[in-house]
Each structure stands twice: as C-alpha cells, then as structure tokens.
Design a protein. Sequence first.
Length: 172
Amino acid sequence: MIRKIFILLSLPFIISLITSCGIYSLKSGSIALEVKSITINNVYNEFGGGPANISQVFTEKLKNFYLQNSRLEIIKSGGDWEIDPKIVGYTISPVAPIGGSTNQSSSFNRLTIRLQVKFTNNLDEKANFDQVFSFFEDYDKDKSLSSIESTIIDQISDRIVQDVYTKTTSNW
C-alpha cells in the first residue's frame, strides 16, 4: 500500500523531470530551449471565399494554440519563429455519388479549406518551410451551408492549426 502511494506521488515528479530537459515532450514535437518568441501574422484571405470573419477565426486559433501548448511568447514582429499564413482555398464540392449512371446525385457536400503557411525559423533556417495545409468536412447536402458553416469552419480550423503546430515543432 505504501509502495503504491509512493509511486502515485512520484509520477508527476518523474514526468516533469523527463519533459523539462527540452528533449522529450508529451505534446507532439518539441521546441528548442533557445526559441523564446513567435510572431504570428494575421491570416490573409487570398482566396476571398468563406465568411467575412474566417481570417480572424484562423488568426485567433493559431495564437491561442501556441499560447496554450507552448512556452513561446507571442510578439508583434521579429520573433524567433515567424508564421505568415494565408487562406488559399475555400471550396465546396459534391461527394459520395448515389443513384444510377443516368441520375447521379450527391448525398454529401464537402467543404475544404486550404491554408498556406510560410514558416521562418530565424535561429535555424534549415527548418524553414512554405507549405499548404488542407482539411475538409462533409455535410448533408440537404442542409444549407450557412446554417452549419461556423461549426464546420471551427472543426476544420482546429485540425489545420494542430497540423501547423505539429509541423513547426517536429519538422515532419
């Protein structure tokens, strides 16, 4: 019984010891100790599609994710890391055709959003990248997009932001 209590009380200490050295992380990827700050520029909607607030949604989600999941300080310019994102795609397309060859229709529509991210690591230029991150959600064709658009954008942006974070912290 005492051994079990000792193990339970020691577990948080062991986990913090392992993760504090900067090499191991329980989150995806790791951030070198010399990296102290990040600049996340406002998302620009280059494509022009989607609701008027889509740029703001992505900008806030990126900033909040880095604040909650890293020790980096977000600064307006000149960060050790810089993220310059822009929306380059917002498309709706039919998926899952049903019916015969003469009367095909779609049971779902797919909203796909593409976010291009130019990442600059001012401390290690080999880690720089310029990549498009894309994700989609399907929705019932009988529902109007305007009635579910904010929910779908929220789901897609969460996934894209996670992918951006993973790429910047693990260089995959």
